[in-house]
Design a protein around this ligand. Structure first.
Ligand SMILES: [Zn+2]
Length: 181
């Protein structure tokens, strides 16, 4: 057994997970940290027990190769019971299964039919457009918002309709202009 000290001592540096642990604090407590808005800014904290590295190590064990620290409930704190070492794929699946089942949801013209099983970290959904076309859409593009920009809202027919509408609108304006003269 390597000696484990409680805090930031150099003797802990070689223990896998030490730098993961150390990295939790800026993101949760330093407003100037680049990712603060995703952690401390949302009220995510590190439990007091884990303010000591030895306690974190006792609860979580060493970091396995290829895994990072995952919070099981994305709105919960860094604390025992809400954390695990997981691969990127495991983390993504956890989120989508537990917190973002989109089946039955509608996004613009699209109704979400089912999740597409895949081995990649990105979660995809099969959607049916109001025009009847089916399209596979990445979960990150299916976000409930009124804004149309950059999000997938149709199989592609919305863009065509938009163009047509713009065309009719221009025609209408032209006709109106003609009448006014
Ligand atoms: Zn369509």
């Amino acid at each position: 057994m390597r000696p484990v000290t409680t805090g930031h001592q150099r003797s802990n540096y070689g223990i896998p997970g030490f730098f993961t642990w150390a990295g939790l604090f800026p993101r949760c407590y330093n407003e100037r940290s680049r990712f603060f808005y995703r952690y401390g800014g949302r009220g995510i904290r590190v439990c007091e027990r884990w303010h000591t590295f030895a306690n974190f190590l006792a609860d979580m064990g060493e970091k396995p190769d290829g895994k990072t620290l995952d919070r099981i409930d994305n709105d919960g704190d860094y604390e025992p019971g809400n954390c695990r070492w997981a691969t990127a794929i495991e983390q993504r699946e956890n989120r989508s299964d537990k917190f973002r089942d989109l089946t039955g949801g509608t996004f613009g013209y699209l109704a979400v039919m089912a999740r597409v099983s895949s081995k990649t970290p990105s979660v995809k959904w099969i959607c049916r457009c109001i025009c009847g076309t089916e399209k596979i859409v990445s979960g990150s593009n299916l976000v409930p918002t009124e804004r149309v920009t950059r999000l997938t809202r149709s199989c592609g027919c919305l863009g065509k309709r938009m163009k047509a509408w713009a065309h009719y609108a221009r025609l209408g304006t032209l006709r109106k202009a003609t009448v006014d003269i």
